[in-house]
Design a protein around this ligand. Structure first.
Ligand code: ZN
Length: 247
């Protein structure tokens, strides 16, 4: 399944159950974010005659780094960019970064933002253009947020606030298509919430057409994402624990 964003030349390749690999490209080169698998990426790049400039790794989970080994066999000059704290768990990194580092990718400036919580060293990649965009990995999803596996709720809440404070026209590219089930959970908590109902309708329509429901706009997400709307750490913690036990 492919989604295509004309303005920013970012396409999504849906793989495994619900992962989305993002490919950001210009006429000659591409940057791939969290390649769960290599094959669909290799095919796309070859068919479109694109050089792989870099692989961005938001965190170490295998459904984010699984394709990297094969990709760098095909494109040995590709930069593999990952957190300097993850030299052991993200094995092929050759450019190690930390919070607030600035990178030049596809002739654009990209900022590293550390967003701890899902893992102890999760990072995101932010490009502040006219329409800013953010590759957020597993920290925030449409209508949801990532599970807190290694960090604390406090760290995750801080990460969510950091995202919330970005420009409201930021387009957010997350790594999983979880929107529908997140909305069903939110509607269990707030059954009368009209914004959630409207969003669920839109999402069901897109899914029935085999389209991705992501990326999402921060401004619109502020209306429907209970985690982004949480007023304090206690509320955030309640929501995250509630979601963890929701089936
Ligand atoms: Zn993950």
């Amino acid at each position: 399944m492919m989604g295509f964003n004309k303005e920013q030349n970012i396409i999504g390749i849906r793989v495994l159950n619900d992962n989305v690999i993002w490919l950001w490209k210009n006429k000659k080169s591409a940057v791939v974010i969290d390649p769960a698998l290599s094959q669909p990426v290799i095919e796309y790049l070859k068919v479109n005659n694109l050089n792989l400039e870099a692989i961005l790794q938001t965190h170490h989970h295998s459904d984010h780094i699984g394709g990297t080994r094969e990709l760098i066999k095909e494109w040995p000059n590709a930069k593999v960019i990952a957190s300097e704290k993850e030299k052991d768990r993200i094995p092929f990194q050759n450019l190690s970064v930390k919070d607030n580092d600035k990178l030049q990718l596809l002739n654009e400036e990209v900022q590293v933002i550390e967003v701890i919580g899902h893992t102890r060293s999760h990072i995101a990649f932010y490009c502040n253009k006219k329409v800013p965009f953010l590759f957020i990995g597993d920290t925030l999803f449409s209508a949801g947020c990532g599970r807190v596996f290694e960090g604390t709720y406090k760290q995750m809440y801080k990460s969510i606030i950091r995202i919330r404070d970005l420009p409201k026209n930021t387009l957010i590219y997350c790594a999983h298509e979880y929107t529908k089930s997140n909305l069903l959970w939110a509607l269990d908590l707030e059954p009368e919430n009209q914004n959630l109902k409207k969003k669920l309708n839109e999402v069901e329509k897109k899914l029935s057409l085999n389209e991705l429901t992501i990326p999402f706009l921060l401004d619109e997400e502020m209306k429907i994402n209970l985690f982004l709307r949480a007023q304090n750490l206690e509320e955030f913690t309640f929501l995250r624990a509630n979601k963890d036990s929701w089936v």
